[in-house]
Design a protein around this ligand. Structure first.
Ligand SMILES: *[C@@H]1O[C@H](CO)[C@@H](O)[C@H](O)[C@H]1NC(C)=O
Ligand SMILES: *[C@@H]1O[C@H](CO)[C@@H](O)[C@H](O)[C@H]1NC(C)=O
Ligand SMILES: *[C@@H]1O[C@H](CO)[C@@H](O)[C@H](O)[C@H]1NC(C)=O
Length: 451
């Protein structure tokens, strides 16, 4: 019996509903000294950026026309150039996931900072068809689509199928050739009807016995996409490597040749889960470091695995969590000098807290996010309140800078955001990761890991 298999048992859950009064406001609410506020400053810079952006858009428009003309004369629909849109301010992929349950509006301002906007999650039925979860999800997608289709934007629109709460039928569908075909057809007709640019498959997580068919499915799907003559994008979401046998259902070497990119779930290494793995506390997505059994539970370890396995780091995106995470009943540090990792008192084998707290909730429930403690080893920020016994961890400007530098340094493809609609009203985190200097200005293709 594995001791770890439940650790990431509930990643990306829709967040647990809570009574507001269950949460004590430990700090007086103030956002004036929020370092993220500075992200949106400097009118002059903004004007210059807008001018540059407009020029960029014009240039892109022209080249799009040229390409269109070229394509029309080309005739050969099978040319393999895969054009990945590049964010106006960034040379890396900025893949923004939008959840179907958040209420925050999806805006054009968000979309113009993304290379890909991904609507998540579509349901997969046992007969192989895909559907919206409900009418609200359909409307939310429709709003997103209308904004993304604005010709001034360069963003690609994708849907993600599956997710942590809707993966139970994948195996059954993939294993049955008829149902697998239905799924492929269902995807293609959705992409056509809804003028969508591609699909992400989030299956948590294929077993070793599913491995072969999963790869076959992806190959067939990509092949069918090519036959449609349209440059559809195909991506998958893959688990953090190095944790038990989670990657054993993924034939990474084959998959990497088929898909356009892979979003790695480099997070949830620590969380207030509803089981005994809710202790200790720790960063949501630590770049480095770890404690005890979890010494390899970090982004670097995971990306080292994928990069060395495939030698194609540019195919992989790491996640940027836009939510905060809260533990209650927190005790002392697990080890002296590792203050970010703290024991949590378990009640009936479970923890109390909030694993996915949107920035809006953080603000509106009066949680202060400055001054925070910086953990240099993991390059993350947190606030431990010894009196209230709470521990809150979240990304800030400093941790985001570390992550974006990591992406550049390791020559990764970019980042994926869970989720754009969990940011605060000012889109502070999105603004920070797409601000000047955060992104790579060169596309250097050298391989960076020491395998
Ligand atoms: C597949 O199942 C769903 C849900 O039961 C149903 O609504 C749909 O009509 C089915 N589609 C086909 C093609 O059988
Ligand atoms: C596209 O965006 C521009 C600028 O925000 C707006 O004026 C225009 O109406 C939009 N077009 C469509 C088709 O929504
Ligand atoms: C807590 O859960 C573990 C593993 O499921 C089990 O072995 C243990 O007996 C449980 N402890 C309590 C107090 O329920």
């Amino acid at each position: 019996m594995s001791t770890r298999e439940n650790q990431l048992d509930e990643p990306l859950l829709p967040f647990r509903t809570r009574q507001l009064n269950q949460v004590r406001n430990l700090f007086s609410f103030s956002s004036s000294n929020d370092p993220l506020d500075r992200a949106g400053c400097c009118k002059a810079t903004t004007v210059i950026l807008i001018v540059l952006f407009v020029c960029g858009v014009l240039a892109l428009g022209l080249s799009a026309i040229v390409w269109k003309v070229y394509d029309d004369f080309d005739g050969d629909k099978n040319h393999t150039t895969t054009t990945t849109p590049v964010s106006p301010v960034c040379n890396k992929r900025i893949v923004g996931f939008f959840s179907n349950h958040q209420t925050k509006d999806i805006t054009k301002i968000q979309l113009e900072k993304l290379t890909h906007a991904v609507f998540s999650y579509m349901l997969l039925f046992p007969n192989g068809t895909i559907q919206f979860k409900n009418d609200k999800a359909r409307q939310r997608f429709s709003g997103l689509k209308n904004k993304a289709r604005n010709t001034t934007l360069n963003v690609k629109l994708l849907i993600s199928i599956g997710g942590p709460d809707n993966f139970e039928h994948f195996s059954e569908v993939i294993m049955d050739p008829k149902k697998q075909r239905t799924l492929t057809e269902s995807i293609i007709s959705f992409l056509k009807e809804q003028q969508t640019n591609g699909v992400d498959i989030f299956w948590k997580w294929p077993k070793e016995t599913d491995k072969f068919q999963f790869t076959e499915f992806l190959k067939n799907l990509k092949e069918t996409m090519k036959e449609e003559g349209n440059q559809y994008t195909l991506s998958i979401t893959a688990p953090a490597a190095g944790i038990e046998h989670w990657t054993s259902g993924f034939d990474v070497d084959e998959i990497v040749e088929v898909v356009d990119f892979i979003n790695v779930l480099t997070m949830d290494y620590y969380g207030p889960w509803l089981n005994e793995y809710g202790t200790p506390t720790g960063p949501i997505a630590p770049l480095y470091s770890g404690v005890g059994d979890r010494k390899n539970f970090n982004v670097d370890y995971t990306m080292h695995y994928y990069s060395c396995e495939t030698k194609q780091p540019e195919k992989f995106n790491i996640v940027i969590p836009f939510f905060g995470r809260l533990w209650k009943n927190v005790k002392g540090a697990v080890e002296q000098g590792k203050e970010a990792f703290r024991d949590v008192h378990l009640k009936d084998n479970t923890t109390e807290g909030d694993p996915y707290m949107s920035r809006w909730t953080v603000e509106h429930e009066g949680w202060k996010i400055t001054p925070s403690t910086w953990d240099e080893d993991s390059k993350s920020s947190y606030i431990y309140d010894a009196d209230a016994k709470t521990y809150l961890t979240f990304e800030n400007e400093r941790s985001l800078t570390a992550k974006m530098n990591f992406v550049k340094e390791k020559n990764l493809g970019g980042v994926w955001i869970w989720a754009v609609d969990m940011d605060d009203v000012k889109n502070s985190l999105l603004n920070t990761i797409t601000s000047d200097g955060m992104c790579s200005d060169s596309t250097e293709d050298s391989f960076k890991y020491n395998c």
